[in-house]
Design a protein around this ligand. Structure first.
Ligand code: FAD
Ligand code: 2HG
Ligand code: ZN
Length: 493
């Protein structure tokens, strides 16, 4: 922690107060005198300063672990008065450096706010504190015959507040739509410490502007989400998982059209990955096996169906399988025999990010592109990087084909500026020219705050900055994330 006079030179480029020992004392007071929930020792603070990939590393001096909304409010009131920068943190599984400090922001971690407030079977909704882990909420509502309308590979660690703040998409967006539709209400602590109670479980509420939408996907730049009310539909009674091998991406697109037509309302996921992705998973993750041994394919698709009548769903899936086989759309396929087998098939898609993490450094691009042309970028980028870096880099393409969302990942042993310069801004310009989005679902964080203009015009960015200033006049909430520094009056990092 800096002493009283430590601000001088740093404060000129870092327009926030340097955290002092007296601030840590104020946080202890805010937390009812519980000093065990204000971390200041470097070894305790370290893990909150580094992201899941080990790529974004800050240097927080203090981590605060509130247990109640009131405590969050008191902490924010102090930070607002003292102009101390804050980064709200959930499960720290974000992939764009949004949840970790850029410098010495105070981390407000929601990990101690883990109560499930209510589950209403009649209305089909649940209310929980922001720190509830997605998988915990899923187990709790499952026990009552319902499901959370969101599923993703980080479910064992990511928190509901973090998911809402990134507007996470995930594996079943195709079925349940975006969180913008499923989230019914929120409680948010504003940058000045005021508590905004928008917790409602109503399906319909047209009284004025829908303020909760502002905080969904705001990545902690407008306030701290402390409670989430979310719809919890009935859990499907019959689930089938099938994996197919295909010879081209064009066939994946052709099959998607057929799946939409023939499986219709029971289609709940349509995910693809390429050969490079499968090879990496098989190489990095023990216990994984080639799903179609002896029949290597260039592309794989995982299809999931979810419905309420096993007989009806199986009949539909069988009809679909007959068509894709007889029309030679697929090379081969396999249907999950039981839950364990279905899980193994899902693993091949769901754990690609984990395999990438084990493989070393990774440059991640999460893009919305026109579905039929989505994979062209993978091919173009491979052709671009090969002459420069040979086999030192691997370019992987996978993602939520059913949602037009490509995950383009460049894997290499170590981070290397020359590789990054060869990818960026090329990938962003390509995406702009396709009128796509440079962030389909992971957000902008610190990684892409300066790249927002590839997907939003200047007027839109200026309006966002106006809203940011209205809610956070001192810019203390998660600075350098989401919006370009200049748009909110900061100098570049
Ligand atoms: P963090 O990483 O802690 O934070 C993310 C952002 O939200 C930060 O900007 C942070 O400041 C802010 N934030 C967190 N909590 C709060 C709060 N209570 N109030 C205000 N702001 C807050 N994403 C997808 O969309 N789809 C996927 O399929 C997907 N799969 C993933 C798989 C893996 C293996 C991993 C590691 C990540 C994956 N992600 C995916 C990334 C995704 O963004 C996160 O998993 C999740 O949404 C983040 O939740 P978190 O609690 O970890 O948030
Ligand atoms: C997924 O869909 C996640 O698996 C992570 O969004 C994607 O790591 C990635 O690039
Ligand atoms: Zn994804």
């Amino acid at each position: 922690m800096g002493g009283a006079g430590a601000s001088d030179a740093r404060a000129r480029q870092w327009p926030f107060s340097v955290v002092r020992a007296s601030d840590a004392d104020a946080f202890v007071d805010a937390l009812g005198g519980d000093a065990t929930r204000v971390l200041t020792r470097a070894e305790d603070v370290k893990k909150y300063s580094v992201d899941w990939m080990g790529k974004y590393v800050g240097a927080s001096a203090v981590v605060v672990l509130p247990r109640t909304t009131e405590e969050v409010s008191k902490v924010m009131r102090h930070c607002h008065a003292r102009r101390i920068a804050v980064v709200p943190q959930g499960g720290n599984t974000g992939l764009v450096g949004g949840g970790t400090p850029t410098r010495d922001e105070v981390v407000v971690s929601l990990e101690r706010m883990r109560d499930i407030v209510s589950i209403d079977e009649d209305a089909g909704c649940a209310v929980c504190e922001a720190g509830v882990v997605l998988e915990e909420l899923e187990s709790a509502v499952r026990a009552r015959g319902m499901t959370v309308p969101l599923d993703l590979g980080a479910k064992g660690k990511c928190q509901m507040g973090g998911c809402v703040s990134t507007n996470a998409g995930g594996l079943r967006l195709l079925r349940y739509g975006s969180l913008r539709g499923s989230v019914l209400g929120l409680e948010v602590v504003l940058p000045n410490g005021d508590v905004l109670d928008l917790v409602r479980t109503l399906r319909k509420d047209n009284t004025g502007y829908d303020l909760k939408q502002l905080f969904i996907g705001a990545e902690g730049t407008l306030g701290v989400v402390t409670k989430v009310a979310i719809s919890t539909p009935r859990a499907p009674r019959s689930v089938n998982v099938a994996l197919f091998g295909l010879e081209s991406f064009a066939k994946c697109v052709e099959m998607l059209k057929l799946a939409r037509g023939l499986l219709g309302e029971i289609l709940s996921a349509y995910e693809f990955f390429d050969r490079e992705s499968l090879d990496l998973v098989l190489a990095q993750l023990s216990g994984t096996r080639d799903p179609l041994p002896g029949k290597p394919c260039e592309f794989y698709v995982v299809i999931e169906t979810s419905g309420s009548d096993a007989k009806h769903d199986t009949a539909k899936l069988d009809a679909f399988l007959n068509v894709v086989k007889s029309q030679r759309i697929v090379v081969d396929g396999v249907v999950g025999r039981d839950e364990k087998h279905a899980f193994a098939l899902w693993t091949l898609r769901e754990r690609i990010s984990v395999a990438l993490k084990y493989a070393g450094a990774v440059y991640k691009y999460d893009l919305s592109l026109p579905t039929a042309r989505m994979y062209n970028l993978v091919v173009v980028l491979r052709d671009r990087l090969r002459p420069m870096f040979g086999s030192r880099v691997k370019v992987l393409g996978y993602g939520h084909a059913g949602d037009g969302n490509l995950h383009l990942n460049v894997s290499c042993a170590e981070y290397d500026d020359a590789i990054e310069r060869a990818i960026e801004p090329f990938v962003y310009e390509y995406t702009r020219d396709e009128r796509g989005s440079v962030s389909a679902e992971h957000g902008l964080g610190v990684m892409k705050a300066e790249e927002i203009h590839y997907s939003k015009d200047a007027k839109a960015v200026e309006l966002m900055a106006t809203m940011k200033r209205a809610l956070d006049p001192f810019g203390i909430m998660n600075p350098y994330k989401v919006l370009p520094a200049a748009a909110v009056g900061l100098s570049k990092l």
